[in-house]
Write a protein that binds this ligand. Structure first.
Ligand code: ADP
Length: 495
């Protein structure tokens, strides 16, 4: 139970790493049965810290505290809630360096990306703090002379949140910021691989004056007990989840009994299409960002790269040249652009996708081998001549593998792009305006990047169609997920 010196020595404020969970109003460092789990650095294998493996008892206690805190919080004015959230936002920014070091240490992404993520997370807090003052209802012209009709927007209440390991800061930011802004409380569970980032944020929440009990962080070895408690506890009004489609499905099934409201950000299988009229250099920049950020471990990752015949060879050559400039290593070191993958199962999946593609006639252009740096490092890889028959076409790879497909016509590529049960994001590069509109309309996704590989921002609605999820995070639409609409019919009014 000692925080590893490799982490502590890099922090300006060592109290930001805690080996305890925030359960309601208290920080709790022990589970009742004494069980704990380790958080390791994927780059080095070092055990960074050990946390209490909590269960339904603590989750329930947190919900009780959240219920009490939420009532008082919702009564406060929007301006008042906004000012508390802005203080929290300010503390995120003041602790940017430390939050980034914690993130890289537990998650592996390069430090510059970790800083980017912390700033991105903070942007949600700022945006929704501002929005706290603008939760407007409506007055609807009534259907009779002696009636008046009001529409109120009210917070749903206590929200359970479950987040993944690939964005330990931003994924909770996108949930807790709108929830608290509109007057909800939140009980959250981070992924067991990366709980330290969320705990550091909870520590800053205390310092910012977020009322006790309003934001709990329950550390647990697995998500299933927490998920069961959230879906079966009648005091939890809604569950917001980011993670795999599989677990989303489990939560939906479990929540059916109480018709639990759900916000789901699930898996993706993003097409990235390069048409023959595209600016190829811009498309390469976009592909690098959309494919290799976080070593390919993002749900909006370009999973399938389709290139039109006339520009196929040129694109492939430029892509492999750029990929070979990527620098693999420990994300904490200067100049590293690709960190380790999160665990051995992730490495196995990427290798399986490469082997399957090769067995079915694809060829390696760059990479394809493991890295001598350690068991969780993989050299970024480009595979060409990929077809729809291969696993990479159907499954989310979640790693630094760029599979390149050749196509001939617009209609053919639209059909291939949509041939998946997922529908989170899609990208394409083209110049012809009619083509741009046609393809943007035809892609069955929630987010389209046209001539850009980076689409995430707090001011736009993020979310998927088909089996990629329900609801939207970010923007004015992002508050709707945490609000109920109440219609009030006022009778006996003057005609
Ligand atoms: P990944 O495969 O990327 O780890 P998961 O969907 O398995 O994605 O995990 C995302 C989050 O969901 C993590 O916090 C994990 O602990 C949690 N989780 C996993 N299984 C369940 C479950 N059965 N119920 C609720 N949460 C779960």
């Amino acid at each position: 139970m000692v925080i590893h010196p490799s982490l502590l020595s890099r922090l300006k404020d060592q109290t930001l790493v805690v080996e305890a969970a925030k359960v309601g109003t208290e920080w709790q460092s022990w589970a009742q049965d004494g069980s704990r789990f380790d958080v390791t650095n994927p780059a080095t294998g070092e055990v960074l810290a050990s946390l209490p493996a909590l269960g339904p008892i603590e989750a329930r206690r947190a919900v009780e505290a959240a219920k009490r805190a939420q009532k008082a919080w919702a009564k406060r004015t929007g301006k008042d809630r906004a000012s508390v959230l802005k203080r929290w936002h300010q503390l995120w920014l003041e602790n940017l360096d430390d939050l980034a070091v914690i993130l890289t240490s537990e998650q592996g992404k390069p430090l510059t990306e970790a800083r980017g993520e912390v700033l991105y997370g903070a942007s949600y807090l700022e945006w929704f703090a501002e929005e706290a003052k603008r939760i407007y209802g409506d007055i609807i012209p009534a259907h009779a002379e002696n009636l008046r009709i009001l529409v109120m927007k009210q917070p749903v209440g206590v929200v359970g949140a479950i987040t993944p390991w690939n964005f330990p800061n931003a994924m909770i930011a996108r949930k807790v910021a709108p929830a608290l802004a509109v007057g909800c409380a939140m009980v959250a569970k981070p992924a067991a691989e990366t709980p330290l980032s969320m705990l550091a944020l909870a520590m800053l929440a205390d310092r910012a004056g977020i009322p006790d009990g309003l934001f709990s962080v329950i550390t647990a070895r697995s998500g299933s007990e927490f998920g069961k408690e959230m879906t079966s506890n009648p005091d939890v009004a809604k569950i917001t989840f980011t993670g795999s489609t599989e677990v989303g499905r489990i939560l939906m099934r479990q929540g059916a009994e109480q018709i639990k409201k759900l916000g789901l950000e699930l898996g993706g299988n993003a097409p990235f299409i390069v048409f023959d009229d595209a600016d190829i250099d811009a498309a390469i920049d976009g592909a690098m960002a959309a494919k290799f950020r976080n070593a390919g471990q993002t749900c909006v990752c370009a999973n399938r790269i389709y290139v039109q015949s006339a520009v196929y060879d040129a694109f492939l050559e430029k892509l492999s040249a750029r990929v070979s400039t990527l620098k693999v290593g420990n994300g904490i070191d200067q100049g590293i652009t690709i960190g380790p993958l999160i665990n051995a199962a992730s490495i196995d999946k990427v290798q399986d996708h490469i082997a399957d593609a090769l067995a079915h006639g694809a060829r390696i252009v760059t990479g394809g081998d493991t890295s001598p740096l350690g068991p969780l490092f993989l050299n970024p890889t480009v595979v060409a001549d990929v077809t729809s028959a291969m696993k990479v076409a159907r499954e989310e790879t979640f790693g630094p593998l760029a599979p390149v497909f050749r196509f001939e016509t617009v209609d053919e590529v639209i059909a291939m792009a949509n041939d998946t049960e997922f529908g989170l994001s899609g990208y394409f590069y083209a110049r012809d305006m009619a083509r741009i509109i046609k393809v943007a309309e035809a892609l069955e996704v929630g987010i389209v990047g046209v001539n850009t590989g980076l689409i995430s921002t707090e001011v736009a609605p993020f979310g998927g169609v088909k089996q990629s999820g329900l609801g939207r995070e970010g923007s004015q639409y992002g508050v709707e997920d945490y609000l109920e609409i109440k219609y009030v019919c006022l009778g006996g009014q003057e005609a």
